[in-house]
Ligand binder design. Sequence first.
Ligand SMILES: *[C@@H]1O[C@H](CO)[C@@H](O)[C@H](O)[C@H]1NC(C)=O
Ligand SMILES: *[C@@H]1O[C@H](CO)[C@@H](O)[C@H](O)[C@H]1NC(C)=O
Ligand SMILES: *[C@@H]1O[C@H](CO)[C@@H](O)[C@H](O)[C@H]1NC(C)=O
Length: 655
Amino acid sequence: MAITESLLPVTSEQDPLSDSRSDPIPETRRRRPIKIHLAVFSGFLLIALYVALIVTHDGSVSKNGANEDGTVVESRARLAGVSEKRNERIWRFSDDQKTVAFAWNNTMLSWQRTAFHFQPEKNWMNDPNGPLFYKGWYHFFYQYNPNAAVWGDIVWGHAVSKDLIHWLYLPFAMVPDQWYDANGVWTGSATFLDDGSIVMLYTGSTDKFVQVQNLAYPEDPKDPLLLKWTKFSGNPVLVPPPGIGTKDFRDPTTAWKTSAGKWRITIGSKINRTGISLVYDTTDFKTYEKHDTLLHQVPNTGMWECVDFYPVSKTKANGLDTSVNGPDVKHIVKASMDDTRIDHYAIGTYYDSNATWVPDNPKIDVGISTGLRYDYGKYYASKTFYDQHKRRRILWGWIGESDSEAADVQKGWSSVQGIPRTVVLDTKTGKNLVQWPVKEIESLRLSSKKFHMKVEPGTVVPVDVGPAAQLDIEAEFKIKKDDLEVILGDDSVEDDKEFSCQTSGLSTVRGALGPFGFSVLADQSLSEQTPVYFYVTKGKDSKLRAFLCTDTSRSTKANDVVKPVYGSFVPVLKGEKLTMRILVDHSIVEAFGQGGRTCITSRVYPTKAIYGATKLFLFNNAIDATVTVSFKVWQMNSAFIHPYSAEDLGVSSRT
Ligand SMILES: *[C@@H]1O[C@H](CO)[C@@H](O)[C@H](O)[C@H]1NC(C)=O
Ligand SMILES: *[C@@H]1O[C@H](CO)[C@@H](O)[C@H](O)[C@H]1NC(C)=O
Ligand SMILES: *[C@@H]1O[C@H](CO)[C@@H](O)[C@H](O)[C@H]1NC(C)=O
């Protein structure tokens, strides 16, 4: 994120990081401790560097998980002409290496399966498809391989839910049974027409691996389960236009209404290295007029997949139907960057008259590396839909694995979906979205415990919550005013211009005002742990800046896992406390900073911190700051996710 405003107001009397409104600290007190702190700080830095060197020297696995021999492994998906819809790094230990891959056994692997996230019973899943609410049911379709725990043979899996949490698996909605989708029924989106009927547009990979768009609709609109889907006899309805690669044309959006009463869609593509979104108008979804102009384009961003386009209200907290436009509305363009596997979005203005969109801030345009992301961890190929039932816009995102393909095959499944999130414009900053797990997730909350703890610099405190594999944590952090003033009073203390969660070291590196937070999925001896934390720094402008990070580097003893430090800047406004929410569900950790301004999803695969050995800790690795934490921890129930039967559905059995 490149937003440089709306930071912690250090000059304000109303210090957001502190309860106390004490008198200004005398100059003498402010100055004195600095030297000591700096000395201590550099001492720790040295130790940290030393530790880092040892780790680097001994570690047979490089931190970013790239192949040791530097080879690039071409995935089967890329060869097929779609994004590498799988773990981005295939673990290969070259012959000349002594390294032995971690010996997973079934006890460890079965524990990794999630309890309240949507995942199929077995095998491979990727993108969310055509989410919608119809006749009392939330429908969720997904890219699915019925035959293996790796990408391939893609069909549309289908599940329904009353509450977005408990799911019933239904028969596949669509399978490759036509020449125009013979190599896969790929990603698509649903649109409600004016009469309430549904059309589905999806990408087919043809018998010749050409990406085309196809139309499908429910066979029986009276069926609330939408069990049967009919493919339009005139498919494909769109083929790659001149100048567009036959494998660069996929993932049609939900359609929205133009002021002229037509329907409009956009489809991601690229021209050379420029990521683009093509625009088409239609009245019947069978024939289309292509616009010569693009909805948007950004040079050097590569192929845009899974483009999403939707309005958000500048003033109201509810979501908006996709066709809504007007002065009170901003429009979001989201694209999934095929090159980096990152979902980027930007906020801007949409012009109905010429079917174009312009970002508010071109410096953080769609796909620019310093621009906005839904999630700074593992989160891709996402798609929103408007839930007309509860007037909210809901975001689904595919969470792939960070372990090896071999481990996926051994455990028999790969990928989960993130907990659906409501998404709205942050009306306080006006510069980012806020995402929050749907309210319904709270129905899984069981017993809870409340805590109020003061954590001294350099301490780790066990949090007694019993088993800690399925948790919902909501926490509020305060830094003691005195400690804050010490830092604010000296310009020579840290400058954050270099700080980033990814590159500034692990959660063990101690700064003046951070890191502090929770270590989740930890074992008693902390030999495995995943710290989720804030790091507060002082910027060039002498304002404080807060970052939210997740450090997975010590999350597992296994060596065949990608273990990055994730995170980003999180806007904290005047008068706000630092707040964090964490959902822990076995091998997935979802973190939300400041009510969902910055989100981080990680996959972690402990080998010791499993079953009864999974613990929760609170830590404060700051050198100068005592942190007071008020928090509540809920044990989370498992969701009911299994194949449907007529009784489950509460409907009479169907023919
Ligand atoms: C898997 O390994 C762990 C740790 O070594 C051990 O406690 C467990 O019993 C093993 N399970 C099986 C099925 O071998
Ligand atoms: C794409 O790149 C090729 C080779 O550099 C160049 O000839 C062509 O003009 C480029 N196309 C566009 C539309 O910029
Ligand atoms: C589209 O229309 C808007 C508003 O009239 C204008 O500002 C913009 O420059 C136009 N864009 C293109 C590509 O013509």
